[in-house]
Write a protein that binds this ligand. Structure first.
Ligand code: SF4
Length: 306
């Protein structure tokens, strides 16, 4: 364990963790067992990333992954229906279709579409936003590469991305209520920017099922998609002292995951999430199966509960 990781935990107010670095091997051991119990599939299942796998071209994969990440909220089946009906309209080469589309084409594609509180007009704005990035930078990859180069930190990048999206919506789709534009383009420090983190994981992480399309992402910029299960277990395990699932929460969890596995900080997030999804660790303490849980030797909960 490097001193820089320890210092980072101390900077984040995680002194307890920094002082118990001797515990790290035990946590690693437990998480490796958990990862064997809930192995990450090599091709995505029940995951919006599956849509990107339908295309061979990296630009199509990137555009589809980016679009799907914006809609990655709510029930997985509902997300599937929403993205599916959109992709049907974009055809077999969504990246090219977007570049060549006129505003009338975009209007036609979004006509009659709605996903929960995201109306067709907001989807029109999203498609126009992506087309604008591709037109001005040549590709989404080139756009993000430029953002990385001009940002001093991951937080700066996430904030610039969110603010630019909100500005774009104000100028080009003013009929979309600001609250919906803010939902689509959250910013730190209030938000952990989960959906942007998902997209970045898909396109930067090299291990399957992630696509590993980009090689320019700075290694220290660990961007963890914090879902409800990871948030719950991070609090239960004392990985964070935050009540709000905000940007600092994301940074604290990212620091611990980096300390646990510096070469692949997102190695364990799938297994942790599935510990919650499977209800092996239930929100109701009396329903938790601590006796057969791979985390029982490190989790502070069984000790606290006697
Ligand atoms: S040991 Fe019990 S409380 Fe801790 S993670 Fe496992 S099931 Fe949850």
């Amino acid at each position: 364990m490097g001193h820089s990781a320890i210092r980072r935990l101390e900077d984040l107010g995680m002194g307890g963790w920094a002082n118990s670095m001797t515990e790290l091997p035990n946590w690693r051991l437990a998480l490796e067992t958990l990862a064997r119990r809930f192995p990450r599939p090599s091709t995505p299942r029940d995951d919006p990333l599956a849509f990107a796998y339908r295309y061979d071209d990296p630009q199509d994969r990137t555009v589809v992954a980016y679009l799907a990440s914006f809609l990655a909220f709510g029930h997985v089946r509902a997300i599937y229906r929403a993205v599916e009906s959109l992709l049907d309209r974009l055809g077999s080469r969504p990246s090219r279709a977007l570049i060549e589309a006129s505003p009338a084409d975009l209007r036609r594609w979004v006509h009659g579409w709605r996903y929960r509180f995201i109306p067709a007009e907001a989807l029109y704005g999203l498609l126009a936003w992506i087309r604008d990035r591709v037109e001005r930078w040549g590709s989404l990859e080139a756009y993000f590469r430029a953002q990385v180069e001009r940002s001093a930190s991951l937080r700066d990048l996430a904030e610039a991305h969110g603010q630019a999206g909100r500005r774009f919506f104000r100028c080009h789709v003013p009929d979309v209520p600001p609250v919906k534009a803010r939902f689509l383009f959250p910013v730190p420090p209030q938000s952990a920017c989960k959906r942007l983190a998902l997209f970045i994981r898909w396109v930067t992480r090299r291990a399957p099922p992630d696509l590993g399309l980009w090689d320019f992402w700075p290694r220290p910029w660990v961007f963890v998609p914090i879902d409800t299960h990871l948030a719950f277990l991070s609090r239960l395990w004392g990985w964070t002292d935050r009540r709000a699932t905000d940007w600092v929460f994301m940074e604290q969890v990212a620091s611990i995951l980096t300390a646990l596995c510096p070469e692949d900080p997102l190695r364990y997030d799938y297994a942790i999430t599935h510990l919650g999804i499977s209800r092996l660790c239930h929100r109701r303490p009396e329903l938790r199966q601590c006796g057969v849980c791979p985390m029982r030797n490190v989790c502070p909960y069984p000790t606290r509960s006697g």
